[in-house]
Design a protein around this ligand. Structure first.
Ligand SMILES: *[C@@H]1O[C@H](CO)[C@@H](O)[C@H](O)[C@H]1NC(C)=O
Ligand SMILES: *[C@@H]1O[C@H](CO)[C@@H](O)[C@H](O)[C@H]1NC(C)=O
Ligand SMILES: *[C@@H]1O[C@H](CO)[C@@H](O)[C@H](O)[C@H]1NC(C)=O
Ligand SMILES: *[C@@H]1O[C@H](CO)[C@@H](O)[C@H](O)[C@H]1NC(C)=O
Ligand SMILES: *[C@@H]1O[C@H](CO)[C@@H](O)[C@H](O)[C@H]1NC(C)=O
Ligand SMILES: *[C@@H]1O[C@H](CO)[C@@H](O)[C@H](O)[C@H]1NC(C)=O
Ligand SMILES: *[C@@H]1O[C@H](CO)[C@@H](O)[C@H](O)[C@H]1NC(C)=O
Ligand SMILES: *[C@@H]1O[C@H](CO)[C@@H](O)[C@H](O)[C@H]1NC(C)=O
Ligand SMILES: *[C@@H]1O[C@H](CO)[C@@H](O)[C@H](O)[C@H]1NC(C)=O
Ligand SMILES: *[C@@H]1O[C@H](CO)[C@@H](O)[C@H](O)[C@H]1NC(C)=O
Ligand SMILES: *[C@@H]1O[C@H](CO)[C@@H](O)[C@H](O)[C@H]1NC(C)=O
Length: 858
C-alpha cells in the first residue's frame, strides 16, 4: 500500500544523513509532449522517486519496483541506472522531482515543461491619443505558450518601468500615463520562455497636440463608438445581405471611414451594406470616426465570418467490398467546411459499438468485423453553422461464402442413363460452380448433366463453388456407381429369347413354366428353333423359359430364364373422400397396375402437391375444393397415366350437443334439443346406439314421440324412454354425434308397501320398513294412529311391543321431484297385556309381556 510507504519514508528520512548528490535531466526546460529521462549519479537499491506535492512515482525496494498507477502508462524505471523516463510530458508534470535513497541521500531537480510560444500579438487600447492628457495601454498576448516572460521595446531600446511607465499583468501590459509626442513608438513586445521566443508586430501610437481649454469645452468626441450588425450574428451564410451600422458621440459631427482588415474602403456614412456576401467578405470591419475640429479619432470593429453552405456530401468506401468477418470502411466525403457528422443506417442513427468505429471526426465509419446484419442503406449527414446536408444512400451488401456445398443426385445409375448432379452452396453473390471427375473439369455450372453413362464413369464427382467477390472457394463431392443394365422386356414391344447351344444340336425345344411353348400370332419360334420372338410382347408372356437341345448322344436343358414383362401403368384408381370439412385433412390413395410399380405424383391447381401414392392434404380451406389429379409414371416403360377426383370442401360442424330445458317426469311432455354449431344438412337421433326411427309405429306401442326441426318431443315421456340419447348432425362430408344424454324419467311413488319382520317377538324391538317404487328415492314420514311421529323420518321405524289393542302404522312416501305423495297403513291387532309402541332410545321397556304371537293383517 503506497500510503504506508510514504509514512514510513518520512519518519526514516528525518534522521537520514545528507550526502551531496544530484539529478540530471536529458533536457530542462523541455517542450510539452516530449520524453525526458532523469538520471541519478548513484544507483539506488531502496528508495523512491517522487514529484514534490504529487507523491511517489516509483518505489524501489531491494530489486522490487512498484510504479504508481497514475504514472504507470507513461513512466519507465531503469533499475540498472535508477533513471526515470517520463513520456508525453504535460505542463502539469513540471515541478521538483526527488530521488531518495533511504538513509543515504536525497537529491532533487526542478523540471519545467513548457509550451512553445506562438502568435504574439500586440494591441493598443487606443492608438489616437492626446499629448499630456491620455494614457497609452498596450497589451501583449500569445495564443499558446507557458512560463512567459516579456521584454518591451520602443524602437531599438528596451522599455523600463518608472516615470509614468508601468508593467502589469505579469509584464504583459504596458501603461504609459500622460503620453508625450516621444511615445509614438514603434512598440514591440518580445515574449520568451525556456524553449522559445517570439517578437510581435510593431504598433504605432498617434499622439496629437493638446488643445486650448475653449476648444475642448465646446467641441468633443468622437467617443462611445458602437457598431451593430444586421442580422445580429457573427457567422453568416454565403449569399445573404449584411448591414453594418456605426454611431458615435461627437461635436462637431465626425466623418466616418470604413475599413476592412486594416484597408480603407471607399465607403463613408454610418451604414455599410454587404450584399450577397461571399466567404471572401469574412474579416474585421472597422468604422473610423474623425472629428476634424478636435482632430481626434475613434473606432469600433467587428469580426464578420461568412460561411458557404455545404456543397455536397457523398458516402464512398475504400478497400474491397464488404466481406463477412472482415473490416469495411466507409467515408463521408464533404465539400465545404464541416463541424459535425452523423451516420444513419436504414434511417436509424448509428452509435459506436464493439463492431462499429468512428474516426477522423466521424468522417470514417468502420465495420469490424462485418456481420450479416450490417446489410443496409447508409447515409452520412454533415452539419456546419449555416447548413446541413445528407448524402444519398450507400448500399452495403455483405458478401459471404461459399459455405460447404450440398450435392443432389443419384448415387447409383444404370449404364446408358443420363444423370444430373446439382450442387449448391450458400454464398453472396452467388458462386460459380465447376464439376470435376478424375481430375478433369467436366462442367462449368451448378448442374452437371452426364452423357450416357458407361461403367468407367463410376467414381468421385467433385463440385467446386467459387465466390469471385470474397475470393473464397469450397468443395464437396458425391460418389456415383454405374451398374450394367439389361434391355428390359416391355409390353407391346418386340422381344427375343435365344437358346445358346454349344455343340451340335439336332433339335431345340422351348418350355414355358414347365409346359411346351406353342407358337401363336405373336409368338414365333425361328432360327432352327433357337430364337423365340414375341411381337408384340404381352404381359401374359411373363414366366420361366427353358430351352432343351437334343442330339443323338443325349439332351441338355438350360437353367430357367425368368421373363418379366414390364407394363403399365394402367389408369390409376383413386380412393378418397368426395367431401371434406374445413380444418380436416383429406387422404387420397392412388394405385395403378404397373410393372415395375409406378411412381406417383399428385397435382392440384397445376402444382405438384405430393410425390407419393398417398396424398394427405393440409388443414382444408374452402378454396381447396377442386380436382386432385394422380399421375402414375413407370420408369421402365416410360409411360404415364393419370386419373382425378373431385373434392368439395364444406364448412365444418364444430359442435353437437343434446340439451333439455325441463326435468323429465313420467307421463309429462319432454323435449330434447340438438344444438349444432356449423351448417348441416340433416339431423337424426340415436337411442342406445340404435337409430331412432321417425316412424313411431315401428317402435313399441307405448312410445310416443315426434321430431320437429332439431327437437325430439316425447309426448309424453315414460319409463320406456329411459336410455342414452345422441343426436347426429350430418353434412355431405361427415356425421357428428353429440355426447350421450342419459335420460332417466322421474316417476312414483308407486306400489307403497310396509314390510314387517316375521314373526314378531314380544319384548324385542320390531322394525317396519316402508318401500316405494320411485325415482328419485322418496322421503318417508310415519304416523301412528294418525298421529305424527315427528322424530321419525326415513324408511325404517323401530318400536317395542307394549300394550294390546289396534295400532295403525302409516307410512307417507313423497317423491321430491314429481311431488306425488302416497300413504300406506298397516294395522296391528295385539292381545291384551301386550302392545306395540314406538321404541325410542329414551323409552324403557315397561311391565311383563305374555308370550303370544300377534295377528297381523293389512
Ligand atoms: C517518446 O518515447 C516513445 C516510446 O519510446 C516514442 O514512441 C516517442 O516517439 C517518443 N517521443 C518523442 C517526442 O521523442
Ligand atoms: C534540493 O537540493 C538542494 C541542493 O542540491 C538543496 O539545497 C535543497 O534543500 C533541496 N530541496 C529539497 C526540497 O530537498
Ligand atoms: C493570433 O492571436 C490573435 C489575437 O489573440 C487572434 O485573433 C488570432 O486568431 C491568432 N492567430 C492564430 C493563427 O492563432
Ligand atoms: C484631458 O483629460 C481630462 C480628464 O482626464 C478631460 O476632461 C479633458 O477633456 C481631456 N482633454 C482633451 C483635449 O482630451
Ligand atoms: C454610449 O451610447 C449609449 C447608447 O448609444 C448610451 O446608452 C450610453 O450612455 C453612452 N455612453 C456614454 C459614456 O456617453
Ligand atoms: C439582398 O439584396 C439584394 C439587392 O438589394 C436584393 O435583390 C436581395 O433580395 C436581397 N436578398 C435578401 C435575402 O434579402
Ligand atoms: C470513391 O472513391 C474512389 C477511390 O477511393 C474514387 O475513385 C471515386 O471517384 C470516389 N467516388 C466518389 C463518388 O467520390
Ligand atoms: C459522431 O457521431 C455520434 C453519433 O453517432 C455523435 O454523437 C457525435 O457527436 C459525432 N461527433 C462528431 C464530431 O461529429
Ligand atoms: C459486442 O457486444 C455485445 C453486447 O453488446 C456482445 O454480446 C458481443 O459478444 C460483443 N462482441 C465482441 C466481439 O466483443
Ligand atoms: C437540416 O437542414 C434543414 C434545412 O435544410 C432543416 O430543416 C433541418 O432542421 C436541419 N436539421 C438539423 C438537425 O439541424
Ligand atoms: C442423354 O444425353 C444425350 C446427350 O448427352 C442425349 O443425346 C440423349 O438423348 C440423352 N438420353 C436420355 C435418355 O435423356
Amino acid at each position: 500500500n503506497d500510503k504506508k510507504y510514504i509514512i514510513f519514508y518520512v519518519m526514516y528520512n528525518d534522521q537520514s544523513p545528507a550526502h551531496s548528490q544530484s539529478i540530471s535531466a536529458t533536457k530542462n526546460p523541455i517542450q510539452v509532449g516530449s520524453n525526458v529521462t532523469l538520471n541519478s549519479q548513484t544507483n539506488v537499491s531502496t528508495g523512491v522517486w517522487m514529484l514534490a506535492d504529487m507523491g511517489i512515482i516509483v518505489f524501489i525496494s531491494s530489486g522490487n519496483v512498484m510504479i504508481d498507477m497514475d504514472w504507470s502508462d507513461r513512466v519507465t524505471y531503469n533499475p540498472n541506472t535508477s533513471s526515470l523516463t517520463i513520456r508525453s510530458l504535460q505542463v502539469e508534470d513540471s515541478g521538483m522531482y526527488i530521488l531518495e535513497a533511504f538513509n543515504l541521500f536525497r537529491a532533487n531537480l526542478t523540471l519545467s515543461v513548457q509550451v512553445p510560444i506562438s502568435n504574439v500579438t500586440l494591441t493598443a487600447r487606443e492608438t489616437n491619443l492626446v499629448e499630456f492628457n491620455d494614457t497609452a495601454v498596450l497589451m501583449c498576448s500569445v495564443s499558446k505558450g507557458t512560463s512567459l516572460s516579456y521584454v518591451w521595446m520602443k524602437g531599438s531600446s528596451v522599455v523600463t518601468a518608472g516615470g509614468g511607465v508601468q508593467f502589469s499583468n505579469g509584464g504583459a501590459t504596458l501603461t504609459i500615463a500622460m503620453v508625450t509626442r516621444y511615445d509614438k513608438g514603434p512598440f514591440k513586445c518580445n515574449v520568451s520562455n525556456g524553449i522559445s521566443h517570439e517578437i510581435s508586430a510593431p504598433v504605432h501610437l498617434n499622439i496629437s497636440c493638446e488643445f486650448s481649454q475653449d476648444n475642448v469645452s465646446a467641441n468633443n468626441g468622437p467617443s462611445n463608438v458602437t457598431m451593430t450588425t444586421m442580422p445580429m450574428m457573427h457567422i453568416h451564410r454565403t449569399g445573404t445581405n449584411i448591414t453594418l451600422m456605426c454611431s458615435a458621440e461627437s461635436k462637431p459631427e465626425a466623418t466616418i471611414q470604413w475599413m476592412f482588415d486594416g484597408m480603407y474602403l471607399n465607403q463613408s456614412g454610418p451604414q455599410l451594406k454587404l450584399e450577397r456576401v461571399a466567404e471572401s467578405n469574412s474579416g474585421s470591419y472597422t468604422c473610423l470616426f474623425h472629428n476634424t475640429v478636435t482632430s481626434r479619432f475613434a473606432s469600433a470593429s467587428e469580426m464578420i465570418m461568412v460561411l458557404d453552405p455545404l456543397a455536397s456530401v457523398v458516402v464512398n468506401h475504400t478497400g474491397g467490398p464488404a466481406i463477412l468477418h472482415k473490416s469495411f470502411t466507409m467515408h463521408c466525403e464533404v465539400v465545404g467546411s464541416v463541424d459535425r457528422i452523423w451516420w444513419w443506417k436504414n434511417d436509424n442513427l448509428i452509435y459506436a459499438d464493439n463492431t462499429t468505429d468512428f474516426s477522423m471526426g466521424n468522417k470514417t465509419l468502420t465495420l469490424n468485423p462485418v456481420q450479416k446484419s450490417d446489410n443496409g442503406n447508409y447515409k452520412c449527414q454533415a452539419f456546419n453553422y449555416v447548413s446541413n446536408m445528407t448524402s444519398s444512400p450507400f448500399m452495403v451488401e455483405v458478401n459471404y461464402g461459399p459455405y460447404m456445398p450440398t450435392i443432389m443426385g443419384p448415387n447409383v445409375a444404370k449404364t446408358g442413363d443420363n444423370v444430373t448432379l446439382s450442387c449448391h452452396a450458400s454464398s453472396h453473390p452467388p458462386s460459380t460452380y465447376k464439376w470435376f471427375f478424375n481430375g478433369s473439369n467436366v462442367a462449368n455450372m451448378s448442374k452437371y448433366y452426364t452423357p450416357p453413362l458407361t461403367k468407367d464413369m463410376s467414381g468421385k464427382y467433385v463440385c467446386e463453388a467459387y465466390n469471385n467477390v470474397t475470393g473464397m472457394n469450397s468443395t464437396a463431392y458425391t460418389m456415383l456407381t454405374v451398374v450394367a443394365s439389361m434391355n428390359p422386356a416391355i409390353e407391346g414391344h418386340h422381344y427375343n429369347l435365344t437358346c445358346n447351344v454349344t455343340g451340335p444340336a439336332d433339335h431345340v425345344y422351348w418350355m414355358k413354366d414347365g409346359e411346351p411353348l406353342h407358337e401363336n400370332s405373336s409368338t414365333v419360334i425361328s432360327m432352327h428353333n433357337k430364337t423365340v420372338s414375341f411381337n408384340p410382347l404381352a404381359y401374359t408372356d411373363t414366366g420361366y423359359y427353358k430351352c432343351k437341345a437334343i442330339n443323338a448322344v443325349g439332351n441338355m436343358t438350360s437353367p430357367p430364364h425368368m421373363l418379366l414383362v414390364n407394363f403399365g401403368p394402367q389408369k390409376p384408381i383413386i380412393y378418397g373422400p368426395a367431401y371434406a370439412e374445413t380444418g380436416s385433412t383429406a387422404v387420397f390413395n392412388c394405385s395403378a397396375k404397373s410393372m415395375p410399380p409406378s411412381n406417383f405424383t399428385w397435382w392440384f391447381n397445376r402444382s405438384e402437391v405430393a410425390n407419393t401414392s398417398m396424398l394427405t392434404t393440409g388443414p382444408l380451406y374452402l378454396n381447396m375444393s377442386g380436382e386432385y389429379i394422380c399421375m402414375a409414371h413407370n420408369s421402365v416403360t416410360g409411360k404415364n397415366s393419370s386419373n382425378s377426383m373431385m373434392l368439395t370442401v364444406v364448412e365444418a360442424i364444430t359442435s353437437v350437443m343434446v340439451q333439455n330445458s325441463t326435468i323429465p317426469i313420467n307421463n309429462e311432455n319432454f323435449t330434447l334439443t340438438c344444438e349444432v354449431t356449423g351448417p348441416y344438412d340433416k339431423i337424426y337421433w340415436m337411442k342406445d346406439n340404435m337409430y331412432l326411427n321417425m316412424n313411431t309405429s315401428m317402435e313399441k306401442a307405448n312410445m310416443s314421440y315426434h321430431i320437429q326441426n332439431n327437437m325430439l318431443h316425447l309426448t309424453p315421456v315414460t319409463l320406456y324412454n329411459d336410455g342414452a340419447y345422441q343426436c347426429v348432425a350430418a353434412n355431405k362430408a361427415a356425421h357428428h354425434s353429440s355426447p350421450p344424454y342419459m335420460l332417466l324419467v322421474n316417476y312414483g311413488p308407486l306400489n307403497v308397501k310396509i314390510l314387517t319382520p316375521d314373526p314378531i317377538i314380544f319384548g324385542s324391538p320390531v322394525s317396519l320398513k316402508c318401500y316405494a317404487d320411485s325415482r328419485p328415492e322418496c322421503d318417508f314420514y310415519w304416523f301412528v294412529n294418525n298421529q305424527t311421529v315427528p322424530e321419525i323420518t326415513g324408511s325404517e321405524l323401530t318400536f317395542t311391543t307394549l300394550q294390546g289393542g289396534y295400532w295403525n302404522y302409516t307410512c307417507k312416501a313423497r317423491n321430491p321431484v314429481t311431488n306425488i305423495t302416497m300413504y300406506k297403513t298397516k294395522t296391528f291387532t295385539i292381545g291384551h297385556a301386550s302392545a306395540l309402541i314406538p321404541s325410542q332410545g329414551s323409552l324403557m321397556l315397561m311391565g311383563l309381556f305374555a308370550l303370544s304371537a300377534a295377528v297381523l293383517f293389512d
